[in-house]
Design a protein around this ligand. Structure first.
Ligand code: GDP
Length: 444
């Protein structure tokens, strides 16, 4: 997880201030020094760090803090507020066009995650707005990029516009937009070529595409792993193209976090999304305040809740609730539920978003045991349809057959069935209880 080190060090520096009735200038100087080093080591831009520390010191030494009941808490609040400001204060969304389609042009160096992000964004818009995007394959120099985009399009059932033998990208973009007009797509997302570094032919081509497409959004995709260098790249692209926002990818990796913290301050352009994994669902809206809380170990419950809502299949949940009520929850539903939990991602990352949990050393080894889930699934898939729907018929001879079929010991099969029944009974009691509380429904 990004920011791990930074987070630990800042929290340690601040911990020394809490619980004190009075904070001396010396205390603040010491904490500031530690925070400064932590930020520099996280690869935050030097000038950004300097400004940040100056503000922290000034405010912490102010009368308000000094005279407050709990000055340590006040300093934490100041650090939290300044970190938030550093990353842009409030969340920023996409620019929407008055007429459809809203056009989004993606730019960035090669390998930063442009093509992947085009797919993630299409998925995000489908989920959030029921959108019908069209994707344009504008990275024609890397044939694999066109195929990659087509595969993503197939997966999402989203059309991808490409022209096999056309060498003029601006023409492809123009034709793609005409197609979107005809089909009344509400979004067009344009993938463009990248290079290993900024060069003149690339910039000229992007300028030509911009002229033709008149995009409402030019999103620069930046790899968070590149640290400080990311801010220079961002400046380069911004000078030529006047980008509207930034997508910071690979924040799930072991990055030190410097790019996330300084790119806004250096370019003046907002981070709009973050990429937090390789899956199409791994894109998050960027909220500076939530990110600051995460760094300071104060948790990020809002993102957690949104994630659960986004990844949870509402139709399936409603079906399960209905089945619980009718007491017909069976092994098929059980496997569905396991899949839902797995979809939310690694458990340790989820737990870190809960306030107070982020620095819990016990979390280091927490994870859903994928093997165990695979075993449960193997056992269930060795059952007949009738057995899955009616677990009460699972007598010893059937259990032995299931054990042999799944390659798991009979005791494990027995244990799993017992746990399933306990869970089902409990659900049944809970739902019955709730129904009673709701009044006199007929038949209850
Ligand atoms: P492009 O050259 O800019 O189009 O880059 P690609 O979209 O092909 O991505 C390059 C690599 O980065 C691929 O292996 C992606 O799976 C990976 N990638 C993209 N975004 C993320 C992210 O947010 N997290 C992680 N871990 N990998 C990512």
């Amino acid at each position: 997880m990004a920011f791990e080190n930074l987070s630990e060090r800042i929290q340690k520096a601040l911990k020394n201030l809490t619980g004190k009735g009075k904070i001396s200038e010396d205390d603040i100087n010491k904490a500031s020094r530690e925070i400064r080093l932590a930020l520099l080591e996280a690869d935050v831009n030097f000038k950004v760090v300097k400004d940040f520390i100056k503000k922290i010191k000034k405010e912490s030494l102010g009368k308000e803090v000094q005279e407050s009941l709990n000055p340590g808490q006040q300093v934490i609040k100041i650090v939290n507020d300044e970190l938030t400001k550093m990353m842009g204060e409030t969340a920023v969304g996409l620019n929407k066009s008055k007429h459809i389609p809203t056009v989004i042009m993606m730019v960035g160096l090669q390998g930063t995650g442009k093509t992947t992000t085009v797919g993630k964004l299409a998925y995000h818009l489908q989920k959030k707005e029921n959108a019908r995007p069209l994707l344009i394959a504008g990275d024609i120099y890397r044939p694999a990029a066109v195929d990659q985009l087509k595969q993503i399009g197939d997966k999402l059932k989203v059309p991808v516009y490409s022209e096999a033998n056309e060498k003029d990208v601006a023409k492809i973009v123009k034709d793609g937009l005409a197609q979107a007009d005809k089909d009344k797509n509400d979004y067009v997302i344009i993938d463009t070529a990248g290079r290993l570094e900024i060069d003149e032919p690339l910039m000229e081509e992007l300028e030509r595409i911009k002229k033709v497409a008149q995009p409402d959004n030019i999103l620069l995709v930046v790899d968070a792993m590149t640290g400080q260098a990311a801010t220079d790249v961002a400046k380069g692209f911004d000078q030529r193209l006047d980008i509207t926002g930034i997508v910071l990818t690979k924040l799930d990796g072991d990055t030190r976090g410097g790019a996330a913290l300084s790119i806004r301050a250096v370019t003046g352009k907002p981070i709009i999304y973050t990429g937090e994994g390789e899956k199409l669902s791994d894109l998050e809206n960027f909220h500076p305040d939530r990110m600051a809380s995460r760094i300071l170990g104060m948790g990020d419950m809002l993102t957690l809740i949104e994630k659960a809502q986004q990844d949870y299949d509402a139709k399936k949940a409603a079906k399960v609730a209905e089945k619980m009520k009718e007491n017909t929850f069976d092994f098929n539903d059980f496997v569905d539920q396991l899949d839902q939990v797995q979809k939310m991602g690694p458990l340790d990352q989820i737990m870190k978003m809960i306030p107070g949990m982020s620095n819990n050393p016990q979390l280091k080894n927490v994870s859903i045991d994928k093997k165990q889930i695979a075993h449960v699934k193997a056992i269930v898939s060795s059952m007949t349809e009738q057995e899955r729907e009616d677990p009460d018929i699972l007598k010893p001879s059937r259990r032995r057959r299931i054990a042999a079929g799944s390659g798991r010991p009979v005791v494990e099969v027995n244990r799993m069935i017992k746990q399933f029944k306990q869970a089902r009974d409990m659900m049944n009691k809970v739902t019955k209880g709730n129904m009673k509380g709701m009044g006199n429904l007929p038949g209850m």
